[in-house]
Design a protein around this ligand. Sequence first.
Ligand code: ADP
Ligand code: MG
Length: 234
Amino acid sequence: MDILNIENCTIRYQEQEAAVEHVSLSVGEQEIVSIVGESGSGKTTLIRAILGILPPGGTVTEGKILFQGKNILELDETSLQKLRGTEIAMIFQDVGASLDPIRIVESQYRESILAHRKMAKADCRSLEKEMLAKMHLTDPERVMVSYPFELSGGMKQRVGIAMSMTARPRLLLADEPTSALDVTIQAEVVREMKKLREQYETAIILVTHNMGVASYISDKIGVMCKGELVEFGK
Ligand code: ADP
Ligand code: MG
């Protein structure tokens, strides 16, 4: 059974040429699909559409995006918000930048957990510690009381991934999650993502520039060029 089916999807910004044109692809339960392609080929636009967070002016003008069989393009904002962060999570290229610079990690992490469910403070703490340890942050206690500027880029990215995985989403969308990191840390973060898939049975769509990463992690790879999906396969 597929968790996501994109059917003949076309996306435009205002009156411009289509940014994504007649794209169809499917993602099975627990599958990892990588999307590669030159800059400007429509990768970010496509995965933002899945979460209903296209930038202003962007619209899906044709096609369907079925998540667990339901067309997310027909959902209202309330239902979409319920999906976000619980069923579908997204990791951006520079997660470090999306952390609040003036609050310690623990405080923002807790807020992101409590946005989706009720939980006592102590339980939050142990869940946070457990997830940070899973991302191989060697001293979770210290990370939790740190401000973002006290952490390296790789550490912040792992904090971001840990936060995204905490709700155990069915589908994780990752837009170049490791591009800002150096090569050895990239490999480590990608290995951790693969492990999380095994533990939590999360399907992943990974946008990447790195063919090595794509071939290591993926069950399927899609190649985009000028808005079209020119190849898609194992
Ligand atoms: P990629 O992620 O593969 O680099 P994008 O999805 O960001 O590609 O961009 C695809 C196309 O859509 C490009 O032609 C880009 O100029 C256009 N585009 C992206 N974001 C916007 C936006 N916010 N407003 C107008 N056009 C955009
Ligand atoms: Mg992009």
